[in-house]
Design a protein around this ligand. Structure first.
Ligand SMILES: [Mn+2]
Length: 429
């Protein structure tokens, strides 16, 4: 079996220098290999013990593209069904105790919150981040908090403030509003004035938070606005978060970047500014494709985790980051896709936990570029699956959650129960 981490990278610098003839490789590695092995296994298990990831309610519903929506008999459409599906993923993986709720789709006006708490007890998953949506209604054609018309800004603000109340009543910490504010043609919007309106709105929202709550500000370069987006990048989100107040942080959605943008650098900067609130994880090939995490570029996700782990190693404290999934699975079975996502996230996080930060830092400082790069590559290329299986078994979970799910017959059962319902191919949720 492969060791976790590379043997000879661990050798002291004193063994390398001093004009001594290098020790034969097998002698150097025979001692450090065992140490590395033990330490790395421990690091991997303790990283997995601390790793949690939130599931999105909308990831279990029928979704589609701008071209159409594809319906699945087993897709969830009620809140109870979304809780049931999220509960499946959590019971099989053990690391998804919360489910993100979308206010308009999951908690429409008049929802009895006691019922939500009941679902939570019944299915073993709690409400997580609360996501107000200020783009779906007709009035939001030209934006919400940054709209030129005061009555529309007020409508948007009222919805977000109502969402803060909901979050308080459900005991949820994070509020993550979805904005689509922007314009489609040059000259049609006063960008500076809209920035001010957005900032004023976010400040008012911040004032309504409990001391324990957080406002997460998400950015996106384009779509649905194709000329300018009012919250287009991490710098804009950072400035608006700072202006809003100390409980506002930046939310990084991995799909919300231009091609080739260095996301882990953004992560490093936000960590350094203590402004990284959380992630919406997904993968992309072209733009905001909402593909399964790690399906296109797992090394990208690993590099993000590597930055976070290095920050934690340097500061000696865990980073308080909300890891959340933001994906829609319009072709894959939704529960299976979510289990696959969670397993991939765990695997990439476990790999990042194998990085030898001491060796990495030493190599960086001595400009040993290949050694530094290989600290990342050695960890990334380690097969962590056997250890993940051991970790799952240690916690009374199935070693293979996807297989366990398939063998449970859950999809077939709920497909029968849910198939008869008239399904809408129109709305997103
Ligand atoms: Mn998102």
């Amino acid at each position: 079996m492969e060791s976790f981490g590379s043997g000879d990278v661990k050798v002291d610098a004193s063994d390398r220098d001093g004009g001594m003839k290098p020790l034969p490789r097998y002698i150097m590695s025979s001692v450090s290999w065992r140490d590395t092995m033990a330490n790395s296994t421990e690091a991997l298990h303790s990283a997995l013990d601390s790793f949690r990831i939130e599931l999105p309610s909308w990831g279990f519903a029928d979704t589609g593209t701008r071209f159409g929506k594809f319906l699945q008999d087993s897709a969830a459409s009620t809140l109870a069904e979304k809780f049931a599906d999220a509960g499946q993923v959590h019971s099989l993986t053990g690391v998804c105790p919360t489910v993100a709720l979308h206010v308009l789709w999951d908690l429409p006006a008049g929802t009895d919150l006691k019922e939500v708490q009941k679902l939570s007890h019944q299915f073993g998953v709690r409400p997580g981040s609360i996501n107000p949506n200020v783009f779906q209604d007709q009035e939001y054609k030209h934006g919400s908090l940054a709209n030129e018309r005061p009555e529309i800004r007020k409508k948007a603000l009222d919805h977000i403030l109502d969402s803060v109340e909901l979050a308080k009543q459900l005991g949820c910490r994070d509020l993550a509003p979805w904005f689509a504010d922007g314009s489609n043609y040059p000259g049609t919007a006063n960008i500076r004035r809209r920035k001010q309106w957005m900032s004023d709105g976010l400040k008012t929202v911040h004032k309504a938070l409990d001391p324990t709550q957080r406002l997460l500000i998400e950015y996106k370069p384009f779509e649905p606005a194709f000329y300018h987006s009012d919250l287009a990048d991490w710098g804009m989100a950072l400035l608006l978060a700072r202006a809003a107040g100390p409980q506002a942080y930046v939310l990084v959605d991995t799909g919300h970047h231009y091609q080739a943008q260095n996301i882990e650098q953004i992560v490093a900067w936000l960590l350094s500014e203590n402004m990284l609130g959380g992630f919406h994880f997904n993968d992309r090939r072209y733009a905001d494709d909402d593909l399964t995490l790690g399906s296109i570029d797992p090394y990208q996700v690993f590099r993000i985790f590597a930055e976070i782990r290095h920050y934690e190693w340097e500061t000696g404290k865990p980073a308080d980051i909300a890891y959340m999934v933001d994906q829609s699975h319009n072709l894959k079975n939704k529960v299976e896709a979510m289990i696959q996502t969670v397993m991939t996230a765990q695997s990439l996080y476990a790999k990042a936990a194998l990085i030898d930060h001491q060796a990495l830092e030493a190599a960086r400082n001595e400009h040993r570029l290949i050694d530094a790069e290989n600290c990342l590559k050695d960890a990334f290329e380690t097969d962590v699956r056997p250890e993940l299986r051991r970790w799952r078994e240690k916690h009374g979970l199935s070693a293979d959650p996807l297989r366990a799910f398939r063998e449970s017959g859950y999809t077939e059962r709920v497909a029968k129960e849910r198939a008869g319902r008239k399904k809408s191919a129109v709305s997103y949720a």
